[in-house]
Write a protein that binds this ligand. Sequence first.
Ligand code: SF4
Ligand code: SF4
Length: 168
Amino acid sequence: MADALDLFNSGVLTGEREGAVLPDRKLWESKKGGVVIVECPQRIPCNPCHTSCPTGAIRPFADINDTPTVDHSLCTGCTLCVASCPGLACFVIDLTFSEDKALFKLPYEMLPLPEKGQKVQCLNRIGECIAEGTVENVTQPKKDRTYVIHVSAPKEVVDEFRTIRAVK
Ligand code: SF4
Ligand code: SF4
């Protein structure tokens, strides 16, 4: 069973804990543009996810060390927090993309950047390839900040797909 030691020993997030919670599924399925998922379960002095959010979806921190909490009903999927988070801990998943595919909006800091239309490997938290995805867009929501790669991939991997490997 997953416990807090898993994260500290391996660096791999397993299970749900405060600051790393999936949205309510019914709300999630109704949100065109998607909703943010924040997987930031450790207390660290950091809050750009909150300060970059224009809608208040990432709630104010009582203490700078608090883990983020989210009101998913206020999220528009704009990705400003995705581009602002120094820990690459925020991403957006849009379940309305198509019948069988979701759109994943993921932070990406490698070069060269993938290109629209390119096939990529969808990786889980431990770097295993779990599906093939297609790059639908590449954006830079904030100048000089992290790029955001929009990748369509099967809905079955929404709980596991967390980053990409670009293969030419
Ligand atoms: S995606 Fe946009 S609206 Fe949603 S939490 Fe991030 S900054 Fe706020
Ligand atoms: S900006 Fe990123 S690393 Fe910092 S508290 Fe927010 S989610 Fe965590």
